[in-house]
Design a binder for this molecule. Structure first.
Ligand SMILES: NC(=O)c1ccc[n+]([C@@H]2O[C@H](COP(=O)([O-])OP(=O)(O)OC[C@H]3O[C@@H](n4cnc5c(N)ncnc54)[C@H](OP(=O)(O)O)[C@@H]3O)[C@@H](O)[C@H]2O)c1
Length: 319
């Protein structure tokens, strides 16, 4: 019998580009592109084997989207859901010394160009998102774009979504929640950053209870900042708390931090950004524990201001 769907999905950013904005444990540039691709395939296989059926990707993630396309066609399992995005172009061409890794462009022509590629993910593609919607690009006020997304929604039965990033993500999300095209709310999927350090999205809970909107969490491990790191001295009490709970529940810090996201918001999925099978197995332990209410509360007090959080995030380089 099929196991119940697990609350974790796999984000494919780190299996698509050797360089990524995270605190990396290993030098990612040390392997050939073929080996890197093979490793990515193994992560997809392992995720599937361990019960993951939700995969998040983007053309901006280098080879991730075409890799996922090949894999999903071979798997041919209609329980698989794919979410992709449009709006970023990958430029680095797998060069670790690239000066520019990606380019953001929220124009109708970029949407149309990237849709032509991403539509090959149908019928597994359920979710089409604006990649990193912000006020600066004006994408939530661009009627041509919003109408085009509404047309894709109607023609292909897609859920239209957006991802948010930065200290203003709460305001962007609130604006998106109200966008209507021809009297219908456009957006149904909201992929947001939320973790023990940035909990500012917790106030949107009422918008996601008792309706079909989907809340998807990214950067649940704060790009690796939840792991003890001498660079972040202010987090020492947080590191102690996370380590104490990891010991108590006999899992890693990652499983505690991911479980916090699963249990403190009405989430549809929390994304694991694992780049190797062993991290994935560690991350999936989040689904095998249940933090007590008291322990959840002890993590809620670890939040810092979104301004501080995103200032630190900006200082993380591509590596
Ligand atoms: N829409 C957007 O703008 C956007 C932005 C960011 C992410 N995302 C999506 O969200 C997904 C997840 O985000 P993310 O990967 O950036 O953030 P994340 O989950 O917060 O952080 C991943 C970090 O945790 C480390 N890690 C994971 N498991 C570990 C373990 N068991 N032991 C030690 N270290 C471990 C990774 O190390 P390694 O680096 O060594 O693997 C990496 O540094 C992405 O794949 C992507 O699909 C979307």
């Amino acid at each position: 019998m099929e196991r119940p769907t697990i609350p974790l999905g796999l984000g494919t950013a780190a299996i698509g580009r050797p360089q990524y904005i995270n605190i990396r444990q290993k030098d990612a540039s040390a392997v050939s592109l073929d080996t890197f691709r093979q490793q990515g395939w193994e992560v997809l296989e392992e995720a599937y084997r361990q019960g993951i059926r939700y995969f998040d990707t983007a053309p901006g993630y280098g080879l991730a989207e075409p890799l996922l396309l090949d894999w999903v066609k071979e798997k041919a399992d209609d329980r698989i859901e794919v979410a992709t995005k449009w709006g970023y172009t990958y430029l680095a061409d797998f060069d670790p010394n690239a000066t520019q890794h990606e380019l953001k462009e929220h124009s109708l022509s970029k949407l149309n160009e990237q849709w032509l590629q991403s539509k090959h993910l149908l019928p597994y593609l359920t979710t089409y998102q604006i990649h990193s919607a912000t006020f600066e690009t004006g994408v939530l006020e661009n009627e041509e774009i919003l109408n085009r997304l509404a047309a894709l929604k109607a023609e292909y039965g897609l859920k239209i979504g957006l991802t948010t990033t930065g200290a203003h993500q709460l305001a962007v999300l609130k604006k998106a929640l109200a966008v209507e095209i021809n009297g219908d709310l456009l957006f149904e999927v909201f992929q947001v950053t939320y973790n023990v350090f940035d909990q500012s999205l917790a106030v949107v809970v009422p918008y996601f209870e008792h309706n079909n909107r989907r809340l998807v969490i990214k950067e649940a491990l704060a790009n690796g900042r939840v792991f003890p790191n001498k660079k972040y001295r202010d987090y020492e009490p947080a590191y102690q708390k996370l380590q104490e709970l990891a010991k108590k529940y006999d899992v890693g810090i990652d499983a505690i931090a991911l479980n916090f996201c699963i249990n403190s918001l009405p989430v549809y999925k929390v994304l694991s950004g694992a780049a190797i099978p062993s991290h994935l197995s560690d991350n999936l332990k989040a689904d095998q524990i249940e933090l007590s209410e008291k322990d959840l509360q002890s993590l809620k007090v670890l939040a810092i201001s979104p301004e501080k959080y995103w200032k630190e995030r900006k200082q993380l380089g591509w590596n």
